[in-house]
Structure formats: C-alpha cells, structure tokens
Design a protein around this ligand. Structure first.
Ligand code: 13P
Ligand code: SF4
Length: 371
C-alpha cells in the first residue's frame, strides 16, 4: 500500500538527540493529558522513553479506548495499529502516526481486492456460508471490515487459539458454526494455531492469492479445514530450526521463547510461544541466572536484555533483523508531530471511514466477546 511521508523540515533532521529530547519533553508537558503517547514493544528506545504506555498491538488499542480524556493518541507503532486505535476510540479522539510510511509488510500481503476475489473463487467450490474468515490484527481496516461483514472475527497472536476454536464450534455451542476457516494474512500464525488445536498438515492448505483458485485443486479446497493465506512476517520468517539447535547446543539449560509468526519448525522446538507481551512475561518469570534465547524483533530483545542484567538474554538470530517499518518512527518524527499539536496542527492523522470502521468494529468486538 502506498503511503506518502514527505521529508521533515531541516530543524528536525539536523537536531541533536539532546535538542530533540528537549523539544519532545516541552511539547508533551504543554499538551499534558490531552495527548497520550503509545509505544509498541518493537519501538526504538529513543521513542519508548516517551511512551505513556507500552504494549502489544491490541493491548495498546484498548489503552487508547480506555483513556477517553486524551484528545490525541500519538501511536508509535505501525499503520494497522493506528487504524485499530481509530476504530476503537471515541469520535473526539484523533490518532496520529508519526511517520506515514510505517506500514507492515505482512499486512500488505493481503489486500481487500485479493480477499474478495479469493472469496468468490472459493464460493464456486464450497459453501462460503460455512467458511469463517479470520484476520490477524496485522491487517488493514478494510480486511477487518470484510471479516465483520462475513461472520468472522479478528484475532491477535495471544488469542488466535480461542478465536479459531470459536470459528469451528457449532453455533448451538456458542461458536460461529463454520466447517472451514480462511485465515489471513499470516500463514504461520494460522498453521501454528492449527497444530496447537490438534489439526494435522492434511487439514491445512496454503492459499496463494497470485494463483488461480489459490493454487489448489477442488478436492483439496473441499477436504481441508484451514485455508492459510500465503503471507508472512519478514522479520520472524528469518528464524530457523538451526538457530534454536545452535542455542541449545551452547546452552543446554537455556530457555527458548518465540513469537507465533515464526515458522512451525521453529515453534515446535521452543519452550514458550507467545505474543510480545507473553514473551515479556516469560522473561520476567524466569529465575535469575537464566539463559534465554528469543525469536522476535531485536529492539524488544535488546530492551529485555538491558532490563534484566541478572539474566543472559540474546536474539536467536545472530545476524539480527529489525522491523524496518517500526524503525521509521524516531525522535525527529515524534518531535514533529508533537510540536505540530502544540501549534494547533494535527499532522499525520489516521482515519478510517465510518462504514469501514463500523464493520471492522463488529469483527473486533466479536474477538473481545470470545476472549
Ligand atoms: P504483538 O501483537 O505480539 O505485539 O505482535 C505484533 C507484531 O507485529 C509482531 O510482529
Ligand atoms: Fe509487520 Fe513483521 Fe514488522 Fe510485525 S515485525 S510490524 S508483522 S513486518
């Protein structure tokens, strides 16, 4: 998806770290409780230092919705998170994303046209009234709205199991009564959750949106329970079973924590699998002296290592891969949007149109009711 962020004025690009910190601090103080700065766990330290709340993608949206006195939510994360915050907050609250180019490459792997086309193609083979669409939080508002309109729900990395169980549970038992799920955009979260629920590889197939009928024959579409969209996170897909084996060889007593966006071959070798919040909780719960290898974005891993000097914490991938879109949010962009607010100018507002927001809210609220 094309998003256009113009270059910042020179005042911000040439400023020192100290100047930027001073400007951010002054603007934040001037705005007081009118502004709420939210920081996703993958943000850089120079940004996180100013966050009023830290969290995973859904947790931050809930915080935004709960803090209704905040007129401005400065969302230090990526585009889909800011959209979700706009959907869940009250009309008087405005959500700002400091850099419009902070998207999510995974979310961009499924767009509404492709999903509608897939739905049409599936409708020629199976009864789509029994097909439940589930979208990961990491998706555009348009996809969340599609799911809301077609009886499905959103899920996050922490509640995918509960949401998939709901989708396939009979309507009489409080479920959606589906006999199949179309899960997008992350095939890995879908597959890992499917295995976790006891499904096998025979019950799942990957839907490739670039191929006719997803690249599947009719018999396969009819036979499988989980149709997994061919999308992935380029950060988490880098982790391999070799990384886990090398860590275990060096630290036989070590603890391996991985995010469920990693491939199943990595997940099955881990001690704990969970969202960014769950990874943080597992690190907190580990006894002093623990050696912990983590498969997730490097800024979170480094922060955990700094905050737990009594534990030896490292990233399982020695080559280290940051999320390049999260990384776009930096102190100059944060200073620019905050100083804009002080001057009465709302920069980089993220809005979701009313119709899309209403349908997407249905899908988000179904998730909340399930979990
Ligand atoms: P969490 O919901 O676990 O914070 O994950 C968001 C994300 O983008 C992971 O790549
Ligand atoms: Fe998207 Fe992956 Fe970055 Fe998360 S880490 S925001 S899924 S690209």
């Amino acid at each position: 998806m094309l998003r256009l962020q113009g270059p910042l004025p020179e005042r911000y690009t040439t400023a020192t770290a100290e100047q930027l910190a001073e400007w951010i601090g002054s603007a934040k103080a001037a705005l007081g409780r009118r502004v709420l700065i939210l920081g996703h766990h993958y943000q850089r330290d120079e940004v996180m230092a100013w966050a009023d709340a830290r969290g995973d993608s859904f947790g931050l949206s809930r915080i935004a919705a709960a803090r209704s006195e905040a007129e401005f939510i400065v969302f230090c994360g990526v585009h889909f998170m800011a959209e979700s915050a706009d959907i869940l907050t009250a009309p008087h609250q405005q959500v700002l994303l400091p850099d419009l180019n902070a998207g999510c490459s995974m979310a961009d792997m499924a767009d509404i046209d492709e999903v509608e086309e897939a739905w049409d193609q599936l409708g020629r083979v199976i009864d789509v009234d029994r097909l439940v669409p589930i979208t990961y939080m990491n998706s555009s508002a348009a996809l969340k709205a599609f799911v809301g309109d077609h009886g499905g729900a959103v899920c996050t990395s922490s509640n995918a199991r509960a949401v998939l169980s709901w989708a396939l549970r009979p309507a009489g038992a409080g479920g959606a009564g589906g006999d199949k799920v179309l899960f997008f955009p992350d095939q890995h979260l879908g597959r890992n959750t499917g295995y976790d629920l006891g499904y096998t590889s025979d019950d799942m197939a990957v839907w490739d949106p670039r191929l006719e009928r997803g690249g599947l024959d009719e018999a396969t579409v009819k036979a499988v329970t989980l149709l997994l969209w061919k999308g992935h996170c380029s950060v988490h897909q880098r982790f391999s079973p070799e990384h886990v084996r090398a860590f275990r060889q060096e630290h036989p007593e070590g603890i391996v924590l991985v995010h469920p966006e990693c491939a199943h071959e990595v997940v099955e070798l881990a001690d704990h699998v969970g969202s960014t919040d769950a990874i943080i909780r597992a690190v907190n719960a580990a006894p002093p002296g623990s050696v912990i290898g983590i498969a997730t974005e490097i800024h979170l891993v480094k922060r955990l290592a700094d905050e737990h000097p009594d534990k030896q914490i490292s990233c399982l991938d020695p080559l280290v891969c940051p999320c390049s879109t999260m990384f776009r949010i930096d102190a100059p962009h944060l200073a620019w949007v905050l100083e804009g607010l002080v001057a009465g100018e709302v920069r980089n507002r993220i809005t979701v149109d009313d119709r899309t927001a209403a349908a997407a809210r249905v899908a988000l609220e179904r998730m909340l009711a399930i979990t």
